[in-house]
Ligand binder design. Sequence first.
Ligand code: NAD
Length: 345
Amino acid sequence: MKTIAFFDAKPYDREWFDHTNTHYDIRYLESKLTPATARLAEGADAVCAFVNDNGNAEVIDKLHAMGIRLIAMRSAGYSNVDFKAAYGKINVVRVPAYSPHAVAEHAMGLLLTVNRKLHRAYNRTRDFNFSIAGLTGVDLYGKTVGVIGTGKIGRAFIDICKGFGMRVIAYDAFPAKDAGIEYVTLDELFSQSDVISLHCPLTEQTRHILNEDAFAKMKTGVFIINTSRGALVDTEALLNALNSGKVRGAGLDVYEEEAELFFEDNSGNIMKDDVLALLVSRPNVVLTSHQAFLTEEALQNIAQTTFDNLDEFFENKNLTNEVCYQCELGKVVENCRKTRKERCF
Ligand code: NAD
């Protein structure tokens, strides 16, 4: 029986992985994967990791030295793995789609909450405060939403927005042909959108795609929704834009510096991250802790696809969901082995 070192395990992971597991010995570890904890994988055949685990070059080398040849990411995003370091040493697989609807629906939930101030209304009525002063929102109907990244989640979000009667414009570095999407330049998207929602991966090209320059080009009163990766937004620039009124509200499921904080109960600690403390203190910011994926359907799909990925690896088959540093470029690579249905190395 193959042993899987499962880092950053949470009760909901165990529930769905145990429910779906048929033939693996899963060593659940509460620790996140870091250079210091990598040794906990000693004796395992593969590592299973999540979005805030650290797959940097040091970790890759330590795992490789212990004989680990596979990291199975149980996430779609994989910006936390150093693929150049992994290439030739450790194959990396992921779960490319588990429920784009889960994330897209959460993005709309954030937009509705921050626009109609549902979080504030909830607190008021719990206190029998039935005043509605200060809770005015705007109709989404007829407004323009700018979607950055029109992959699986971006498109699910576009469909939801169309259901609300919104005009949809989009930017993608690799636009989908014949998808019936109105593509515009990034600058046009910034200047025309009443709502901007991020659905692209975090890469060197997209890091701080919403920065001071970008906020300067936006309409006053724009809503920002980020369910993708925290570092797509320069948080200090967002705070300035919230202060100036340029941004009317922000719904965030991710945060640049979330790795040490999210998925843990920090309620008994003094919050040392001043930027996060400032964000959370704003009445027009709604922050959730990277939970957009968290539906029963998504958890079931994550577990099943991860087991399928592990089976393919241990049965020496082609790795359907393998990613490498070339894939990360997001474009068709000449002589890509994956397109020939071979392993990346
Ligand atoms: P996807 O690969 O289907 O789509 C990503 C899209 O982004 C593609 O169309 C791609 O062409 C586009 N893109 C790539 N580089 C770009 C660039 N420089 N500028 C603009 N667009 C670019 O991915 P997906 O399944 O739709 O997921 C999108 C992102 O959502 C993931 O990368 C991940 O970061 C995030 N995500 C978050 C959660 C959560 O729980 N909050 C869960 C799953 C995924």
